[in-house]
Write a protein that binds this ligand. Sequence first.
Ligand code: ARG
Length: 477
Amino acid sequence: MTETAGRNRMWGGRFAAAPDAIMAEINASIDFDKALYRQDIAGSKAHVAMLADRGIIAAEDALEIARGLDAVLAEIEAGDFAFSRALEDIHMNVEARLAELIGPTAGRLHTARSRNDQVATDFRLWVRDALDTLDAGMKDVQTALVEKAAEHARTVMPGFTHLQTAQPVTFGHHLLAYVEMLSRDRGRVADARKRLNECPLGSAALAGTSFPIDRHATAAALGFDRPTANSLDAVSDRDFALESLAAASIASVHLSRLAEEIVIWCSAPFSFVRLSDRFTTGSSIMPQKRNPDAAELVRAKVGRILGSFTTLTVVMKGLPLAYSKDMQEDKEPTFDALTNLSLALAATAGMVRDLEPDPRAMRKAAGASYATATDLADWLVRVLGLPFREAHHVTGSIVAAAAEKGVSLDRLPLSDMQAIEPRIGEEVRAVLTVDASVKSRTSYGGTAPANVRRQAAAWTRRLKAEGKPRGRGRRAP
Ligand code: ARG
């Protein structure tokens, strides 16, 4: 393996000259795929142990290679590793350093494999770790939301449709809505992980290998459920990344909605919640300002995350089987999206724990805009036996009368109501307060404080019970 005229020492056998500088630049992936170093070395160690077990290479060679790989890993972790663009990618950087450390024995590592199955394996391992990190981050946001919800099971706020005050709800109920969304997000992450968890290693370049390898052994050693069943599929598909990015996109949409609500709630006209100095920034010109930058950035992240999903989908579209270099473009968007979602989750958990609601401001807003009109209509149905459509009409006239007087529904004199519907009695007032309104919403999934307390307690139990490991392959290699 001598280097001649700058030829690549990994594949340069039939080449007379080094690549053009621009070729080298467009081809090199080391600047970003060095993030795969841990996965790459873990994959190589599993491979070389299997080669020795199957008698494909000598046991002492395997031992030397494994020790050498550990030394390379230690160098990288210590920041002592000189990554080389001339060596293109993480796979060749690691192998070249291995050769420097242990000599020609290093050349036996690449028996019965190719960079195609190697990168497919490394990338799956990276995405798997990222999915586990996302799941933990989502769980933490759920935990923060549930804690806040339990504290505010009775805190009344306006519920909105069209961002117009609709009916009073409880703040706890509102927060638990996001806990449900995150639960489905976690389900999508778990599904993606399940389908991802098959090992491409040993598929070699595209057709498999003539060496008597044991793919089940390497799959198990790397925490995969099984080896992939078709070598062409294994080296050329990236749907595990697409699926993860799709799940990440949906989750980031959910986070953006909560972030937007935090921005609205923090605004001076609303003043429903306050974020502390820890999650806000000041303005360089307006001293009174406290800007919810973290929420705004979480709201924005969906742009790059969904963008990454689009990028990789378009990269993969129309690619013939099996591997093409196009697929090297899979990593940057995936790394970027999943890392940023993780950051957004951490920021969201932080904000949820930090935010302090102002129950008085919320209650006041909940009582404004005739938010209990539906309660009046329901009372007319329940007590006076009016058909709902008629009750709706009567209530509309009463709201108009209150609006004309400039008073809330519960302050409108009884005589004004009776002028519209003579059978209305004093007892109607009991249903016109915001507290009575939320308290009455006891239907399954409704906003009544009793429901919210029960749901928050159920979620607390459920999240606690999750502590147990989910089976093999859960931990990073
Ligand atoms: N750096 C490459 C990638 O990320 C590794 C696989 C290269 N395979 C090849 N046949 N050139 O896709």
